[in-house]
Design a protein around this ligand. Structure first.
Ligand SMILES: CC(C)(COP(=O)(O)OP(=O)(O)OC[C@H]1O[C@@H](n2cnc3c(N)ncnc32)[C@H](O)[C@@H]1OP(=O)(O)O)[C@@H](O)C(=O)NCCC(=O)NCCS
Length: 309
């Protein structure tokens, strides 16, 4: 095959990119883990194009097959003040192993290097293909996370935790404090993401805030309810008790459904609480960084939709 060509995704590419993300991800997980990630229709995966183009227009790269022009690779990236994060990366299964992802990654590494910003991402600790791709490019893990899921009863979870009465719906009035809290606990700034969730123009986001009796914002968590993604996160909390209260409230926003979320593996007490509610693990992920240091205090809830941290 002649040299792979990269270009920026256009609006007309959305159906092809949605189908690529669907087939690539499901193929890999069916072949290696005996499971599917996307149970929705391929066209519904255009959620990624829609949300990411809303947040970061022009920040998706695609690789075209040099002879047919067919899109055989795609990757989104998300420039923020403090960092650039790398979103969902996919190669078409018929073209695995020929350098499609490496080509996309090289281009995004160059963008990050030019802007002198660290690159961040969350990659599966159970997918050596992606771990190796990123590790070869200079990424290294700074923390591990466990992915958990739970069938939330239609009537909501019949459990309680201390502090749950301090959780309320967040509004745009909380934006400044949310951004400050995330900067303090996670060391990143992504004001436009929080503005986007709180604005909720598509009606698919919900955000909960934890406010102490002396009116200090001490935790925040968002979630998405869409056929292509039902995830809880992103979020941060000052400690594991606050994290449990936030998770309980946000889980009950998904009554009758099975949301997925990630917690740091070091949060043992939180994990035990979640097991007692019936939660189970489904995967492990590494938070990875290239070209800088990363870390967090308290509890961090990463997410893949949108993967901007
Ligand atoms: C992960 C994925 C993106 C890789 O795409 P790809 O185009 O097949 O990857 P490439 O051909 O560019 O190869 C990546 C690199 O990893 C290397 N690699 C793969 N397995 C390796 C291993 N076990 N040890 C060391 N290196 C390894 C390859 O040699 C290659 O490096 P090189 O080009 O310097 O030799 C692809 O498998 C995919 O789309 N999977 C489904 C979706 C997914 O998991 N996405 C990633 C998480 S968002």
């Amino acid at each position: 095959m002649s040299e792979l060509q990269i270009r920026t995704m256009t609006r007309e590419d959305w159906p092809d990119v949605a189908e690529l993300i669907h087939v690539s991800t499901n193929y890999w997980y069916e072949a290696n883990r005996n499971m599917r990630i996307f149970r929705c229709r391929p066209d519904q995966v255009a959620l990624f194009c829609r949300v990411y183009e809303d947040l970061d227009p022009g920040c998706c790269l695609v690789v075209e097959h040099p002879e047919t022009g067919r899109i055989i690779g795609s990757c989104f990236y998300h420039p923020r003040e403090t960092h650039i994060s790398l979103g969902i990366m996919n190669a078409h299964p018929s073209y695995f192993g020929i350098g499609v992802a490496r080509k996309l990654l090289e281009e995004i590494c160059q963008i990050a290097d030019e802007r002198q910003l660290p690159l961040r991402l969350f990659s599966s600790a159970m997918n050596l293909d992606s771990y190796s791709l990123y590790n070869r490019a200079g990424f290294s893990p700074y923390a591990s996370f466990q992915d958990m899921f739970l069938d939330v009863p239609a009537e909501g979870l019949a459990v309680s935790v201390p502090g749950v009465n301090h959780v309320r719906d967040a509004t745009l009035d909380d934006l400044v404090e949310i951004v400050k809290l995330e900067a303090k606990l996670a060391g990143i700034n992504r004001e436009k993401d929080w503005r986007y969730f709180l604005g909720n123009s598509e009606g698919i986001w919900h955000v909960s805030a934890y406010e102490t009796p002396d009116n200090e914002l001490s935790g925040v968590i968002a979630s998405i309810a869409d056929p292509a993604s039902r995830m809880i996160g992103p979020g941060v909390a000052r400690d594991e008790d606050i994290a449990a209260a936030l998770l309980l409230s946000e889980l009950n926003q998904h009554a009758g459904e099975t949301p997925v979320w990630l917690i740091p593996t070091e949060c043992q007490s939180l994990a035990q609480t979640l097991y007692s509610w019936g939660a189970r693990n489904c995967e492990l992920h590494f938070g990875q960084v290239r070209g800088g240091r990363a870390g967090f205090q308290g509890v961090l809830f990463p997410t893949f939709m949108p993967e901007t941290a």
